[in-house]
Design a protein around this ligand. Structure first.
Ligand SMILES: [Zn+2]
Length: 325
């Protein structure tokens, strides 16, 4: 059988993914948003907001999006089905835990503390496997990717537990793993930990590695055989977009062009409020699903990439990654 990838509306052939953005969020909510009494979640309104942006990006050829939202940053399977159903965009959903400081992992920390690492690992792996093989939050929306996350300067115990659970799930079910690093910090350490715990680098991506000028760290991950995510184009409040473009072109020209996945890490709707202040948002006009097409891909070409090199980033590489080739 041809390799398949799971979307919100069921499996598709990997070869049908088409142009793919490898790390985005239709919806995001930092833990605690649900207690803000001044806000009510209107799924229909949020779906319309997502659909409007998706339709814009489809004009440029976008066909598939990886929604990298882990279980503790507020997923909505009904929303994913609506967006995919009403636009035809393939939405690949994620399971996993966010970082220890900013996620919602108290239960898992306490479980590991009182019942031991092995028990917590067994149950977290079961949670990930359930999301992949049965569906998230009791729905029939199955996850097509595992999301791990590491904080700044250290890999916290719960982050290690989650990496371990993701590796066991990958071994059992073959699911690809993507990662969040905090400004690329801990990228190589995460890669080494993934290898120790049995991850397949051909199906594993170390994310947000565009947020640094230290290309040695990026290359270290690539040399271990991992994909790297240069997946925050437009989010220039952390690292400048121009440096990201220059570094991407350098890496491609050094011969790593078949191991790079790109995206914006855009959030179309953030529960309650947009957390980023308006004056900063005003400077990030390309932080949306169209940014790569409108601003950054033209810039890659100005800096010397060929059409064939560009086409690998959003067409060939995501397919090879999801096929594990
Ligand atoms: Zn993200």
């Amino acid at each position: 059988m041809k390799p398949q990838v799971m979307t919100a509306l069921g499996p598709i052939a990997v070869e049908d993914m088409g142009v793919t953005s490898s790390h985005e969020h239709l919806l995001l909510g930092m833990p605690g948003w649900e207690y803000d009494a001044s806000y009510t979640y209107d799924r229909r309104a949020v779906a319309d907001k997502c659909i409007a942006q998706v339709k814009e990006a489809q004009k440029y050829g976008l066909q598939t999006l990886v929604d990298a939202t882990p279980m503790d940053l507020s997923r909505d399977p009904e929303l994913y089905k609506m967006v995919q159903g009403e636009t035809g965009l393939n939405v690949i959903c994620a399971t996993g835990l966010y970082t220890e400081p900013e996620g919602n992992s108290a239960f898992w920390r306490l479980l590991a503390k009182y019942r031991g690492y092995d028990e917590a690992l067994k149950r977290l792996t079961n949670a990930y496997m359930t999301d992949v093989s049965k569906g998230m939050h009791g729905s029939d929306v199955k996850c097509g990717v595992l999301k791990i996350a590491t904080g700044k300067g250290a890999i916290a115990p719960i982050e290690e537990l989650s990496i371990h659970a993701a590796c066991l799930t990958q071994k059992e079910l073959g699911t690809p793993i993507i990662s969040h690093t905090a400004e690329a910090s801990m990228g190589p350490a995460t890669a080494r930990m993934l290898l120790e715990k049995g991850a397949d680098p051909k199906k594993t991506m170390i994310g947000h590695m565009c947020d640094t000028d230290e290309l040695d760290c990026v290359i270290e991950c690539l040399k271990m055989g991992f994909y790297v995510g240069l997946d925050r184009f437009g989010l220039n409040m952390i690292f400048t977009d121009d440096n990201k473009c220059v570094n991407l072109v350098k890496l491609v020209q050094m011969g790593y062009g078949d191991r790079i996945l790109i995206g914006h890490d855009a959030t179309i709707h953030n529960h309650v409020i947009d957390l980023i202040p308006d004056e900063i948002m005003a400077t990030m006009t390309n932080w949306n699903l169209c940014g790569l097409f409108r601003a950054f891909i033209p810039r890659f070409k100005e800096l010397g990439l060929t059409d064939a090199q560009v086409s690998k980033l959003m067409l060939d590489n995501p397919q090879r990654f999801f096929a594990g080739a």
